[in-house]
Design a protein around this ligand. Structure first.
Ligand code: SF4
Ligand code: SF4
Length: 98
């Protein structure tokens, strides 16, 4: 069966250009990075210009957080995720340590 993209149910990072009404509106975000200690949203962008597509509910494209139990082959297997603030950056709050 074809895998469906994992959807972002909410994102509280309202200063991101892709955020509107606590929802993400880009097709797919990337989470984490090789030198990133956090499961952060790598797609976050702070800009005065709004971005994304209003009718689109954001999803998880790739996730590089191998330390998450819901990660398989660098893909997210959660049923859905939420994104929130951690200190001054956005993190995946659905992260579950192995
Ligand atoms: S999930 Fe990432 S790209 Fe989407 S609105 Fe939140 S911070 Fe921005
Ligand atoms: S739940 Fe885990 S695998 Fe899915 S995006 Fe978040 S950190 Fe990555």
């Amino acid at each position: 069966m074809e895998k469906q993209m994992v959807k972002i149910t909410s994102c509280e990072v309202t200063d991101c250009a892709y955020n509107k009404h606590n929802a993400c509106h880009t097709l797919a975000i990337t989470v984490g990075g090789p030198s990133d200690p956090c499961p952060s949203c790598d797609t976050y962008v702070h800009a005065s210009q709004r971005a994304g597509i209003v009718d689109v509910q954001g999803g998880i494209g790739a996730c590089k957080v191998e330390s998450c139990k819901l990660n398989s082959s660098l893909e997210c297997t959660a049923s859905s995720v939420t994104i929130g603030k951690h200190e001054s950056h956005p993190d995946c709050l659905t992260f579950t340590p192995r």
